[in-house]
Design a binder for this molecule. Structure first.
Ligand SMILES: Cc1cc2nc3c(=O)[nH]c(=O)nc-3n(C[C@H](O)[C@H](O)[C@H](O)COP(=O)(O)OP(=O)(O)OC[C@H]3O[C@@H](n4cnc5c(N)ncnc54)[C@H](O)[C@@H]3O)c2cc1C
Length: 289
């Protein structure tokens, strides 16, 4: 590993000041599960690495007047063990449980996962299905973005070089929303998603009044299958055929690739199956009396 300067700021203000002065010549270190691989094997190393571990403003899971706030430094294991997540957004636990192995989940953070912005990132689909927002900060202030605006392209987010991700917010209106997540890989554990899918559903008077379908690993970033969502919105909760129709339409909204893990045709099959299953599961949760 090349040598670099190491700083561990103890407040967000201190961190932002250094970021403003030194951008873009630094790297932020969260859990390090991705970054350390880059530091060891990447083509060029940063001059400065700033550890986010001592910044209190990036930690914690809490209820706020606007919704459930999850700090960027919250680990996947903390998500799996959080009573607040279990109560308000349990599909996040299901997604976290599929990320790597225990060691990866103990070190890896939700912020690091979102910032890597690989198409297959497993935290993404549930957050899109729950209409999450993210707060980003730089020396010039804070911005709040929809999670779908944060994902710009493969390994590319809306962060400017002098900005960082502070937290994620599940808006109050989406807390407790019936939501499901599925991941398909080549094996049951430690697998990159060939496809991951999430759906959230709200029902009223035996009708689906709102549905969100989110798909990962089948486009440059996690996407919403809005045409598929339209197919089921307004349909009766007894109309099981509607879910299959929506799943078939969702397939047409994806752009899967052929690679050594799977063909595009196989991934399209997984989108159809995965979308149907998450819709079926979310609908069952939404209609449970
Ligand atoms: C063995 C193994 C298995 C894995 N399996 C999975 C898997 O199944 N599913 C999956 O989705 N991922 C998987 N990953 C990828 C990785 O573990 C996750 O993406 C993890 O959540 C990254 O978080 P981190 O805290 O370790 O990020 P780091 O490695 O510390 O950082 C990753 C990147 O994000 C930047 N960054 C981190 N936090 C912030 C912030 N708050 N603001 C701005 N920039 C920031 C860093 O500068 C760096 O560029 C796996 C990794 C390994 C090594």
């Amino acid at each position: 590993m090349r040598s670099f300067e190491y700083l561990a700021p103890s407040s967000l203000n201190e961190l932002l000041e250094v970021m403003g002065d030194r951008a873009p010549n630094f790297k932020l270190l969260a859990g390090g599960t991705d970054l350390l691989v880059d530091l060891k094997h990447g083509p060029s190393g940063p001059k400065l690495v700033m550890d986010l571990g001592a910044v209190p403003e990036l930690k914690g899971i809490e209820e706020t007047p606007l919704g459930l706030r999850i700090g960027a430094m919250v680990t996947h294991s903390q998500i799996q063990q959080s009573a607040l997540i279990a109560e308000h957004a349990p599909a996040m636990m299901a997604a976290a449980a599929t990320i790597g192995a225990v060691q990866t989940r103990n070190m890896g953070t939700i912020g690091g996962n979102l910032v890597t912005c690989v198409p297959s990132l497993d935290s993404g689909p549930v957050l899109v299905a729950l209409d999450a927002q993210v707060t980003v900060a730089g020396v010039h202030g804070r911005r709040v973005l929809a999670i779908t605006e944060f994902f710009v392209g493969p390994r590319q987010t809306a962060l400017a070089p002098d900005e960082l991700l502070v937290d994620i917010l599940i808006p109050t209106a989406m807390l407790g929303r019936a939501t499901a997540f599925r991941k398909f890989g080549l094996r049951k554990g430690q697998a990159l998603a060939l496809v991951n899918a999430a759906a959230s559903i709200a029902v009223d008077n035996d009708r689906i009044v709102e549905a969100r379908i989110a798909l990962g690993a089948v486009a440059p970033t996690v996407i919403r299958a809005t045409d598929g969502e339209r197919v089921i919105t307004g349909r009766s909760t007894d109309d099981v055929g509607a879910l299959r129709e929506a799943a078939a339409v969702a397939v047409t909204e994806t752009r899967p690739i052929d690679d050594f893990r799977a063909s595009a045709a196989y991934r399209r099959e997984l989108v159809a199956v995965g979308t149907y299953r998450v819709l079926e599961e979310a609908l069952a949760l939404a209609t449970r009396s």
